[in-house]
Design a binder for this molecule. Structure first.
Ligand SMILES: [Zn+2]
Length: 124
């Protein structure tokens, strides 16, 4: 939803193109049009890309289980997706070290660092 560091975006023409090169051939990286590229991620104060937000909303409305992992869920609009999923009938499980504003509506809460809990959930 917040973009990808491997898909830089041109600051002039807006072209986005995946680039997995490491190290980058030039710093700052340049677009074919000659302008510099910036990381293809949403920075503080920038809006989410409309297509990404729409996809996230649709996924939240359709899912049966919504996992809230390692976030306080206070930054909007992303923080509201769990509530949207809940209103659409999904169960909510939060994985976080501390209680969050979603704890009271979650069907279950797993307390601890996500880096420790997720591998345990995925272990066969
Ligand atoms: Zn360009």
């Amino acid at each position: 939803m917040h973009g990808g560091i491997w898909t830089p975006r041109c600051t002039a023409c807006g072209k986005e193109e995946q680039n997995l090169e490491t190290p980058l051939p030039s710093l700052p990286p340049k677009c074919a049009c000659g302008a510099i590229q910036r990381p293809g991620v949403v920075w503080f104060g920038e809006p989410l890309p409309p297509h990404a937000w729409l996809a996230a909303e649709q996924a939240a409305r359709r899912c049966g289980l919504f996992l809230v992992i390692g976030t306080s869920a206070v930054v909007m609009p992303a923080g509201g997706l769990a509530c949207l999923a809940r209103q659409s009938g999904a169960r909510i499980i939060e994985i976080n070290s501390a209680e969050t504003r979603l704890s009271s509506i979650a069907d279950g809460s797993l307390r601890g660092p996500a880096g420790a809990i997720l591998p345990e959930l995925l272990r066969p």
